[in-house]
Design a protein around this ligand. Sequence first.
Ligand code: CP
Ligand code: NVA
Length: 305
Amino acid sequence: MTRHFLALHDYTKDELDALLSLAAELKGKQKAGIPHRLLEGKSVALIFEKASTRTRVSFEVGVFQLGGHGLFMSSGTSQMGRGEPIKDSARVMSRYCDGVMIRTFGQEIVDEFAKYSDVPVINGLTDLFHPCQIMADLQTVIERKGSYQSLRFAWVGDGNNMANTWIEAAVILGFDLALACPEGYQPDATVMQWANSKAPGRITLSNDPRQAVKDADVINTDVWASMGQESEQKEREKAFAGYCLDDALLALARPDSVVLHCLPAHRGEEISDSVIEGPNSAVWDEAENRLHVQKAIMVTLMGTV
Ligand code: CP
Ligand code: NVA
């Protein structure tokens, strides 16, 4: 059966740990200039229905470093943007390609694509989840802290695709996660229900950023208006007042805490310039690790490792 990477909840702790360890191995090889052309002769379609810098470049470069060919496709310049059914696109693409990555809106779109695809499909961000990003974030935490085990994680900001994916990671991998989200901007209710039934007490949710960040080892935030929500920017700025990860908030965390942000960042909104540029920030390593962890995901799913 074809295995996809659509949401972390499809994976066990052991499987995610194996991906993270392969990501570290591939990073070592890439840094040492050791060839690892595990996708020689393979093609991977990269479909974007939303904007991207990191996801596009890290997937394209990653496939290239693995000896394969990455094809960039946008909805505006393909028949998908003109209404060709997802299930038709999925069957056609699987006749040409060995793997597909999609960035789109609803999670049901990637689910539908995967249902009809004979080749592995990777979620490159939906409104609900951003699993590749959280894998890169975990790789970064392991690099900085040795392990994610026994650490206190905090989320400050919108209960968005990143927050939902962190919740899944916390439940599957077994670490505590405290989220602070304003009223009306909480994480997905189904994801929260799933988390509370699988691991009662693991996830705490409040609307107090100071409480969430207190003694945290890892602090994560993200933009207040995600892609597709641009028209809500002004009202969100009001709702998220007091949610800026600045020096005062960071001072409540452990002194050696790791600050993560998936980028792009809006300095002065969800994070201050001093924090993103400061000594606790790991955001550039985090962005780099997209490359390594996605290479691990691709070769694992395509069975070429
Ligand atoms: N973090 C992330 O997914 O960045 P892009 O939107 O630039 O791909
Ligand atoms: N939550 C953001 C993440 C961007 C990488 C968005 O969906 O736009």
